[in-house]
Design a protein around this ligand. Structure first.
Ligand code: CTP
Length: 400
């Protein structure tokens, strides 16, 4: 699949450096010519011998070599792609400002090939405005980001910042180089909504809900990993792979409009968003003042986006809804399945421990319109997403 492709694999000094060995092995297995480039800090984390043994050329660690006086330009000019895995805060900063501090950062500046960066660091560092700013500037220049996941970090902490799974890194490289995907959703277009909608009362206040958008983002990442072309329509901006198309909305009406642009030609639509059922009839142009007394807020219903999609669903499309419930899970999910014309309803008990809004874990029951009831026990939202999308993939094969 990658025969004849020259890939520079940059490795920087993060604790996740050992995972780059798996990435290198998989790329070599796919036929790529992989040139490992380790920074000095990376050499404190992993040994060069492994890279020389498994790579396609001896590991490179220095700008100064007798064999090639200009290794950065040689590699930069001949590479089909450069992937940096893991990418520390330091290399992001150097690359953003164009500073050639070492062989890797010099090679990054000396190339016109696509660059894939896989950041990994502690949550505090990832959240720092300087790092986020560097990420968005680099993404704006066309650099492809494979964002970090939530999980265990160095020192036992748990949070955002763990390197993306090696399979996802390799998938991203393959798709960037070949434009083609593998996996059970290859060639499928998938629309996913995420987060809670907000309905304004005045310029500073809104009616909202507790949805964090995490399950929708996990579905988007997982659908991408399974080979789909993904559009994520969202109210909350969590980090997401650069190859996922995103559309930002705020209100139920904006979400509906965005969904209607994308849905008619989609193979799969997943309404994971918590959409407001009601919105204020009027939105005050100026802040509602306390001195004017208790306001009377009159609400009107929003359109049910999922039900609208169900009513006009193309025959070969798979439509998925969620049901956030606190009681009578099965009967509520079953009635939503029928009422909204969905193929699948993914029900969760948001009152249960570690389930639903804001948590990193979830437990769901998938109800299908052909009578199946599948329990998916408590696990990460990414794993829940994989289980839901597996059912979607099977369903697509039967409706196609
Ligand atoms: N949904 C929608 N448009 C709305 C409300 C909900 O598309 N205006 C979708 C949600 O995205 C979800 C499904 O419908 O996929 C179920 O949402 P939920 O809030 O659980 O159900 P409701 O229909 O709002 O019913 P209730 O609040 O009474 O449980």
């Amino acid at each position: 699949m990658l025969d004849g492709k020259r890939v520079v694999l940059g490795v920087t000094g993060g604790i996740a450096a050992y995972k780059s060995i798996e990435v290198m092995r998989r790329l070599v297995d796919l036929g790529a010519h992989v040139i490992p480039v380790l920074t000095e800090s990376a050499l404190n984390m992993v040994g060069p011998t492994t890279y020389t043994a498994l790579g396609s050329e001896p590991v490179k660690t220095s700008l100064w070599s007798d064999a090639d006086p200009i290794p950065h330009t040689t590699m930069g000019q001949t590479a089909d792609l450069i992937v940096v895995c893991p990418a520390t805060a330091r290399v992001l900063a150097d690359y953003r400002i164009g500073r050639s501090a070492d062989l890797l950062s010099a090679t990054l500046i000396a190339t016109e090939a696509p660059v894939v960066l896989c950041p990994a660091m502690h949550t505090e560092m990832w959240d720092h405005p300087a790092v986020q700013d560097n990420i968005s500037v680099l993404a704006g220049r066309g650099v492809i980001m494979v964002p970090p996941e939530e999980g265990r970090l160095a020192g036992g902490d748990i949070g955002k910042g763990r390197l993306a799974a090696p399979e996802l890194v390799v998938d991203t490289v393959v798709r960037t180089l070949t434009g083609s995907a593998t996996g059970p959703l290859a060639g499928r277009s998938v629309i996913i909504t995420a987060g809670g909608t907000r309905e304004a009362l005045d310029p500073v206040r809104f009616i909202g809900n507790r949805s964090s958008g995490k399950q929708g983002h996990a579905l988007a990442e997982e659908a991408y990993r399974m080979g789909a072309e993904v559009t994520l329509i969202r109210t909350i901006e969590l980090p997401v792979s650069a190859n996922i198309k995103t559309v930002s909305v705020t209100t139920a009406a904006e979400m509906e409009a965005a969904v209607h642009v994308e849905a008619p030609t989609a193979d799969v639509v997943i309404m994971a968003a918590a959409v407001a059922d009601f919105r204020p009839v009027t939105r005050a142009d100026q802040k509602i003042k306390k001195a004017n007394g208790v306001p009377q807020i009159v609400l009107e219903p929003t359109n049910d986006i999922l039900a609208g999609l169900g009513a006009s669903k193309p025959a070969a499309q798979v439509l998925v809804g969620f049901a956030a419930e606190t009681n009578d899970l099965d009967s509520n999910a079953q009635s939503k399945l029928e009422r909204k014309g969905a193929d699948l309803i993914v029900a969760n008990d948001v009152s249960a421990k570690d389930v639903g809004f804001a948590h990193d874990t979830n437990a769901v029951t998938i109800h299908t319109s052909d009578g199946q009831r599948i329990d998916v026990p408590l696990q990460s939202k990414r794993e829940i997403a994989a289980a839901v999308l597996q059912v979607v993939a099977t369903r697509l094969d039967t409706v196609a």
